[in-house]
Write a protein that binds this ligand. Structure first.
Ligand code: PGA
Ligand code: ZN
Length: 439
């Protein structure tokens, strides 16, 4: 780091302030923008917000100040050798913060610096970002895996204004030959879905949610899945596209029940056994390959029962709020046998190095890893490189719509072409999206 680290308050995709960081080295200027969740888990690192009047209290000037006045000067003084990698820099920031949840300097401040420094380190080592991230994971892939994108085409939960309790219905073009083809198919399904929604509910119903998916006036998960199946068929891609669901159930859990009517004034309370039965019936009827946060973040018994006792074959059970990209939570989940997939969100833990440590541990446990954006995103495409770098085979970045979502998909197409041009071995994860790492 050769110049003072700069930080600015900028906006995320919901028009809420977020942190931008710029690190300058002899190789150039490296920038990062920090994402932010809405259905946040209770165990995530703390993003610093200013409170007060401006932006309804959501300003991040304190975090910006912490970068400029505390983290930046300390890094400048330390003169880290960027060719040595990112770990030392991240560990230094963790110590400088001194709290267990980054609440002192702010996970948003620390992550912005961590991501910008990752880019600076990659440039110092003359590596593309994805190869630098692979090297930090201590893997030097001979064969690069381009991940299958899971596109959230129908939005519910706290990401939309309809009465659908389940947050995300995703389509995954597992049958495609390349990411470019997968993105084309997903876009065709998305546009067909749009026409179906217009026909069924009128043009007023094609408004979209925070992650770019449609949010028509539906309540039942089967209604969402039927719409998606018609769109897949209508677009001519039947049998080649799978489905993932993130109910984000921590959002509608309370008093031992899951209330699927939490967004309307008609409660519809299910016990965890009834909810598990609902999942099972959906899996029987639709080509579902992945279920994320089927139960609430502290409902360990239900996770365990669902995953161990009533195991549904060939369904990936992903921990998002449950794990919060946190090693302590990952160990607990492994002990309980709650899930078999880590949702990887860099801002849940607050540094890139800790995200890679979580990845490493998940792989050691025989789990898979699913890279994720946040509902409040930016045009920063860091996670595309992350998914390729760790070779995890699948990622979710929202619908094929809205600039902050397509930024990630466009970057993945860039990477696919770059890998082909470099003539290093590479392939689209396709049907092997879960086993990609071990290939
Ligand atoms: P969030 O939602 O970014 O609002 O937390 C994403 C998710 O739950 O996976
Ligand atoms: Zn989730």
């Amino acid at each position: 780091v050769s110049e003072p680290v700069m930080s600015f308050q900028r906006l995320d995709s919901r028009g809420k302030p977020t942190v931008q960081v710029e690190v300058e080295t002899k190789d150039g200027k490296f920038r990062a923008l920090v994402p932010s969740g809405a259905s946040k888990g209770d165990y995530e690192a703390i993003e610093l917000r200013d409170g007060g009047e401006a932006y309804g209290g959501a300003g991040v000037q304190k975090a910006v100040q912490n970068v400029q006045e505390t983290i930046g000067p300390a890094l400048l003084e330390k003169q880290y050798d960027l060719e040595m990698g990112l770990k030392e820099i991240d560990s230094f920031m963790i110590k400088l913060d001194g709290s267990s949840d980054k609440s002192h300097l702010g996970a948003n401040a620390i992550l912005g610096v961590s991501m910008a420094c990752a880019r600076a380190c990659a440039a110092a080592k003359k590596l593309p970002l994805y190869d630098f991230l692979a090297s930090e994971l201590q893997s030097s892939p001979k064969h690069h895996i381009v991940p299958v994108p899971f596109f959230n085409v129908l939005n519910g939960g706290v990401h939309s204004g309809n009465t659908m309790a389940f947050q995300e219905f995703m389509i995954a073009p597992t049958g495609a030959n390349s990411i470019t083809q997968g993105i084309q198919w997903a876009t065709e399904v998305y546009q067909t879905l749009r026409s179906i929604i217009i026909k069924k509910f009128g043009t007023a119903a094609i408004g979209i949610g925070d992650e770019g998916g449609f949010a028509p006036p539906i309540t039942q998960p089967t209604e969402a899945l039927d719409l998606i199946m018609s769109a897949i068929k209508g677009a001519g891609h039947e049998g080649k596209i799978n489905i993932g669901i993130d109910p984000a159930s921590s959002e509608f859990f309370g008093d031992g029940h899951y209330d699927l009517g939490f967004k309307s004034n008609k409660p519809s309370k299910l016990s965890s056994t009834e909810l598990a039965d609902l999942y099972r019936s959906l899996v029987d009827k639709y080509p579902i390959v992945l279920l994320e946060d089927p139960f609430a973040q502290d409902d360990w018994e239900s996770w365990k029962f669902f995953h161990v006792v009533s195991k549904i074959d060939n369904i990936e059970v992903v921990g998002d709020d449950l794990l919060a990209t946190n090693l302590i939570r990952i160990e607990k989940a492994a002990e309980v046998d709650a899930c078999d997939s880590l949702l990887l969100k860099v801002n849940q833990i607050g540094t890139v190095s800790e995200s890679l440590a979580a990845t490493k541990r998940a792989y050691e446990l025989g789990w898979v890893v699913f890279v994720s954006h946040r509902s409040g995103e930016t045009t920063d495409d860091f996670i595309a490189d992350l998914a390729v770098g760790i070779g995890c085979g699948h990622l979710k970045a929202g619908a094929p719509c809205r600039g902050e979502r397509v930024a990630k998909y466009n970057r993945l197409m860039d990477i696919e072409e770059e890998l082909q041009a470099r003539k290093v071995g590479s392939s689209y994860a396709g049907e092997s999206f879960r086993y990609a790492y071990s290939q």
